[in-house]
Design a binder for this molecule. Structure first.
Ligand code: SF4
Length: 693
């Protein structure tokens, strides 16, 4: 591992640039890749794609499903081709689609089988290979390679891969070299470990062969179920392509096994949205454990957010480290306004963007330091009168024992603004009030003030433990920064109205880091009049993109301005759940069981949606436990690399159960498999019976 660490340190020493700009929206420039009639790359709109779930040998079923996917917004459709017979059938599926007037480019999904890839490359527009298992059976062995035995392996890969490259060149077929975190080869694992660097090297081994052969019709992907790993790997890939003088290939973005429903959407947005914010990504596939026609609208919503975000339209001061914008502005007495002329971006992040590290903060009450990020619920438009009004944010009053209880999604703080709660709140829920209101309340000890900067700088009388100050990037001054660097009773609420929100908030963090200010920070976002689905995706992108880089000690998602209390209470429940979902998806606070369920494909051996629902029903109280639910043994075990337990299809009605990466039961009948899974969890001593709340 020390070799791997030193390789990462070397990467940083060589600069940590991975995007055109960290402050201005700017799409990464790529070459164009021809895929049938729908080219891909930075000269074209970001494309949407998905994958069929039906058996590839079911020709009419595949055609019908493909048409539903096209109508839901897919620009490309991927179909699994596990063997030559499925690859052959792609031609028939394609012909039938053309007869019905659909020219959508088809992509063959290949694992292990060069023969299937070589046939598909002659028949359809694109093939996807996984460099972790192309012509490579995984043996799960830690093999010590010498330089020469490693080179022998690369030579072996070259000889197996060259025929496909030549066919693609000859037929004008495109290729995606799609690394998957869960299925890296033994060779890569032995040398680079299970790291973003290993993922990148896995693709580059194959890419170098393509470039040697002057074949460039290539798209690259770096998928993982862990959003931190996924984002780091794509960033590292962009940097390595430049450093090695390789072409800037288009990127296919995706989070694997994201799951279903709200969790799947939030997790996808955290990973994919973070990269799109920095201008990375030329096609998106959202992988949900739902019918594939539900995936494209989510991908489209993520992408469409950037269709109006033009370069230079939402200026944010660039970051050049030592000679910070704020010092320059202060010296020249420029007005403090957000209408700042864009400056040439220096682009280098003051953090290591390829490895997670939480920003160093000092502890204030239960914010910052080693605390998990806190969730603050917005009740500034809701006057808390009834006990039941706290139920939406996870706090329940039980009249008989006369006590409060909370579930795993119990908010930590409640922002009531100008409407103090009308009764004593439960112990686990603290109240934040606007400063002038707080000044007048009787109980100033158990309530905390939120101040504007003016109030903060001019009022010496504050809470003795915890005070909140709201600030925007444009309001940072030398005076304020100086005071913040000394005050150990402050937590910042940071906000922005800039549509390029995540980079503006990130720019504020850069300033704090540069000035070595360790004040904890709460991310505050408000979205007026967004449909609930967009709210989930956009807040997950904006907050997740910061959390993934270790920024943020709390999250406050403000409700839109509404008059009706009932509507506000309904929304507060979903906002609270979204806030916890974002923290979980960014891996900064685990409050739920995590299901790493595959999206299913033609290989799937059981009904994934039904099975996931059944497993969820029995285990969703096991906070923080990660359960992989995979449709097949071929890729399943690899793709759930991150899970604590696994439920994997091995045959008709047959399930293999895993603890981590180890098979515990090889073949259990599906009727009893969930019970057996629970038995394994019980053996580990982490099972407990669910309670009602
Ligand atoms: S794990 Fe198997 S069934 Fe699930 S998507 Fe991957 S290949 Fe298909």
């Amino acid at each position: 591992m020390s070799t791997i660490n030193s390789q990462i340190i070397n990467l940083i020493e060589n600069g940590n640039r991975y995007a055109n700009s960290l402050t201005e929206y700017s799409r990464r420039k790529t070459i164009s890749v021809n895929i049938g009639d729908v080219p891909m790359g930075s000269d074209f709109p970001i494309r949407v794609q998905s994958m069929t779930t039906i058996d590839t040998m079911d020709t009419m079923g595949s055609v019908e499903q493909t048409i539903r996917m096209i109508e839901s917004g897919c620009d490309y459709v991927r179909i699994t081709a596990p063997s030559v017979k499925e690859a052959q059938n792609l031609e028939i599926i394609r012909k039938e689609l053309r007869v019905r007037g659909y020219n959508v480019p088809l992509v063959a999904d290949i694992h292990f089988t060069p023969n299937a890839a070589e046939l598909a490359a002659r028949l359809i527009e694109k093939v996807r290979i996984n460099p972790g298992n192309y012509a490579d059976k995984k043996r799960f062995e830690n093999i010590e390679y010498t330089e020469s035995s490693y080179q022998d392996e690369l030579d072996r890969i070259r000889s197996k891969f060259l025929p496909l490259v030549n066919i693609c060149k000859q037929y004008g077929t495109a290729m995606r070299i799609g690394t998957n975190h869960g299925s890296l080869s033994d060779r890569i694992l032995s040398r680079y470990g299970d790291t973003p660097l290993g993922m990148v090297e896995s693709a580059l081994e194959f890419l170098r062969i393509c470039e040697d052969e002057k074949y460039y019709n290539i798209v690259l992907s770096m998928k993982a179920s862990n959003t931190q790993v996924m984002v780091q790997a794509y960033r590292l890939l962009c940097k390595k392509l430049v450093e090695e003088g390789l072409k800037p290939y288009p990127l296919h973005l995706g989070v694997t096994e994201a799951g279903e429903g709200e969790d799947g959407r939030i997790k996808s947005a955290v990973g994919i949205g973070t990269l799109l914010e920095d201008g990375l990504g030329d096609t998106v596939r959202v992988s949900l454990t739902e019918d594939p026609e539900f995936e494209a609208p989510v991908a489209r919503a993520l992408i469409d957010r950037y269709s109006t975000r033009k370069e230079g339209s939402n200026p944010i001061p660039s970051f050049d480290g030592l000679n910070s914008f704020f010092d320059v502005r202060q010296a020249s007495n420029k007005p403090q306004t957000s209408n700042i002329e864009p400056q040439p971006s220096k682009n280098d992040s003051p953090i290591n963007p390829f490895q997670y590290a939480k920003r160093r903060t000092h502890e204030v009450a239960n914010f910052g330091g080693h605390n998990v990020p806190r969730v603050i619920a917005d009740y500034s438009q809701i006057t808390v009168i009834e006990h039941d009004e706290l139920k939406p944010i996870g706090h329940y009053y039980l009249p008989l024992p006369d006590k409060w209880t909370m579930n795993d999604l119990g908010a930590d703080y409640i922002y009531t603004g100008r409407n103090p709660a009308q009764y004593m709140l439960p112990m686990g829920l603290k109240e934040i009030l606007d400063f002038d209101v707080w000044e007048r309340v009787e109980d100033q000890i158990n309530k905390y003030p939120l101040m504007e900067i003016e109030q903060y700088l001019s009022h010496p009388q504050k809470h003795g433990l915890l005070n909140f100050v709201q600030v925007r990037l444009s309001e940072l001054t030398v005076e304020l920064l100086k005071q913040l660097s000394q005050d150990k009773q402050i937590v910042l609420f940071i906000q922005t109205d800039n549509p390029h929100a995540m980079p503006e908030l990130r720019r504020l963090f850069f300033e704090l880091i540069e000035k070595q200010i360790t004040v904890p920070v709460v991310l505050v976002r408000k979205y007026p009049a967004l449909p609930p689905s967009d709210f989930q995706l956009f807040s997950a992108t904006d907050c997740g993109g910061l959390l993934i880089d270790g920024f943020g000690d709390g999250i406050l998602l403000k409700l839109p301005d509404l008059a009706e209390k009932t509507k506000l209470l309904i929304l507060s429940k979903s906002f609270n759940s979204t806030a916890f979902g974002i923290l979980q998806a960014a891996r900064t606070r685990m409050s739920k069981t995590e299901y790493i369920s595959c999206p299913s494909c033609g290989r799937t051996l059981f009904d994934l949606q039904e099975t996931t629902a059944m497993i969820r029903k029995r285990t969703e109280h096991l906070k923080g436990v990660k359960i992989g639910i995979m449709g097949c043994i071929v890729n399943g075990p690899g793709e759930m690399a991150d899970a604590d337990y696994g439920y994997v299809g091995v045959g008709k009605d047959k399930i293999a159960l895993y603890r981590g990466q180890n098979v515990i039961k090889k073949s259990v009948h599906s009727d009893n498999a969930v019970n057996e899974l629970i038995e394994i969890i019980k053996e580990d001593g982490i099972w407990f019976e669910p309670t009602d709340s």
